[in-house]
Design a protein around this ligand. Structure first.
Ligand code: UDP
Ligand code: MN
Length: 240
């Protein structure tokens, strides 16, 4: 039997929320043996989300994991941290084997990614497209061995990788009882990976030795005036 992949997805209410979740759900409908943990940055249940999860038939859990008030006031927020830590808590309580993957609701996932990460022994890593102006975040291998990192923002991080660029086995996560994600914008991945007490040389590198991109850090533009809307307002003589 295939190991279960626990996919932890932070989400929050905005006009683009349902389309993002629907798009991701269409991808996940093509992936066997998953459990989708949708962790909502909200204080009350969003029934649009819950109803869609039910409709999708994807095995799932819906969690309310609001960002603590003190972080909401910051100009640069630790987005999705309460959600991911809530998801981790759920996994620690309910799972004994399988793999955990943090999957933001707005990224683009090739289903081959899930084949790659399913057999992670401890921590696996792989390239993520469209991260920073560099266009890519990836481990660099030389003769199949860890050589360094490629990322547009190294910033003294031990693990300069994107949230979508690694997976952790449940068994290893259970062993690392204090592993969690810090409320530190920009350093969420690094803090979490450091807490896993793993060295770069011990990482399992996937996606054809990090030569293939199976996940992209796409970002949906806030619903604003499109070119068509601008033309329409000119034609109608209305304000945008
Ligand atoms: N998110 C959240 N609360 C927020 C902002 C974002 O739960 O206030 C979630 C969002 O749905 C996504 C993840 O956190 O799954 C990362 O947010 P976003 O995609 O906006 O970050 P970016 O890709 O711009 O770094
Ligand atoms: Mn995003």
């Amino acid at each position: 039997k295939l190991p279960t992949i626990y996919i932890i997805t932070p989400t929050y209410r905005r006009p683009e929320q349902m389309p993002e979740l629907i798009r991701f759900a269409q991808t996940l409908m093509n992936v066997p043996n998953i459990h989708w943990i949708v962790a909502d940055d909200a204080n009350t249940t969003n029934y649009d989300v819950v109803d869609y999860l039910t409709y999708s038939s994807i095995p799932h859990t819906y969690l309310l994991t609001p960002m603590p008030e003190k972080y909401k006031q910051l100009s640069i927020k630790p987005k999705g941290v309460a959600n991911r830590n809530g998801g981790l808590m759920w996994v620690r309580e309910h799972a004994t084997s399988g793999v955990v993957y943090f999957a933001d609701d707005d990224n683009t996932y090739d289903i081959r990614l899930f084949q790659e990460i399913r057999y992670t022994e401890r921590v696996s890593m792989f390239p993520v497209g469209l991260v920073t102006k560099a266009g890519l975040s990836s481990p660099v291998l030389k003769n199949g061995k860890f050589h360094g990192w490629y990322d547009g923002w190294i910033a003294k991080r031990k693990f300069p990788v994107d949230m979508a660029g690694f997976a952790v086995s449940v068994q290893y996560l259970l062993k690392m009882q204090n592993a969690e994600m810090p409320y530190k914008a920009g350093y969420e991945e690094d803090g979490f990976l450091r807490s896993l007490k793993i060295e770069p040389e011990e990482i399992e590198f996937k996606a054809d030795k990090c030569t293939k991109i199976y996940v992209w850090h796409t970002q949906t533009k806030k619903n604003g005036p499109s070119q068509r809307t601008i033309l329409q307002s000119k034609y109608n003589g209305t304000n945008l």
